[in-house]
Ligand binder design. Sequence first.
Ligand code: GLY
Length: 363
Amino acid sequence: MLSLFLFQISLNRMIKTLSATNYSIEIGPLTESSFQDLLTNKYAHSRKVIMVDENTHDNCLEFLLTAFDDLTDAEVILLPAGEENKVMEVCFQVWNALSDYGIGRNDLVINLGGGVVTDMGGFIAAVFKRGVDFVNIPTSLLGMVDASIGGKTGIDLGAFKNQLGVFKDPVAIFIDPSFLHSLPENEVWNGFAEILKHSLIADSSLWAKIKNYRNIDDLYTADLIEAGISIKLKTLLNDPFEKGERKLLNFGHTIGHAIEGCMLETDSPVSHGHAVAIGLLLESQLSNNRGILSNEEFKEIEETIKALYSPIELDEEQIAIVLELMKNDKKNSEGKIKGILIHSIGHCTFDEVFEEEEIRKIL
Ligand code: GLY
């Protein structure tokens, strides 16, 4: 897994490469990246399977097939879009299809999509025949700066997010910011919540730079994506398997995941990024209520989140469900809800006990 990261800028000026010990993350036009080399060399004799969802099938697949002749004979597997479909039933269907296609361990899965596709496509590849190689080509901002990176693959179990999964790194990650134009703008803003999160946990100067971003064009840049990824890579450096500091990347997620899980079961599900944004605000509120985070910095966070994200209304019954879901969070231990608190912008701590009553109060 990830044990030593070397940051480098590749010689190709169109592509920025962030290197890990056993895979690289290339940011820039896909056609300029080493994706073609991979297809031509390492996987020249492999069967290729492209995982898409309905959105990337319609908006991104044609580009991939047109630009890379080696994919002409690839099998395309269409996953139903949306977090509500990141479930075992869909995996069973795909594993059966992979068996029918005769896919083996030397073949290659290409995950073309947002966080749901890279999470579930990675999981499907990681456990099929004990592991088929896969590459991630994330097409959403959330996927580019967070979900596709760090080897977490998995699916949901009912309303419990990412309860089933394995750590397995992709062979490579190719991030082409031009795919962001295939998304509705609000989806790009939702992904921006993960970059806000990265800055709040580890980089106050990045926060100062991006907290006033209100123009969608600010979000399409390779520099912003690189800044968001670099923080995550540094956090993974010492803790690829989330025994300690990787837990910091879950800031906003203890409450955010529970809200997302609760709303998943309703007629008005909320996207992961939107739920995380609200989670960041509420976990900052929790920190402020405890006197850990200053009023001034809390206000700054509150103003930014409220300017960018709409409130999510929860009734009493839903608040009870959110609290129940939080009790099953993966980071809990000793029967206690544990999450992340923010002490100042750029400095958070993990394994903090959240009391049920204080959460109820802020919800
Ligand atoms: N999305 C949080 C992590 O990868 O650890």
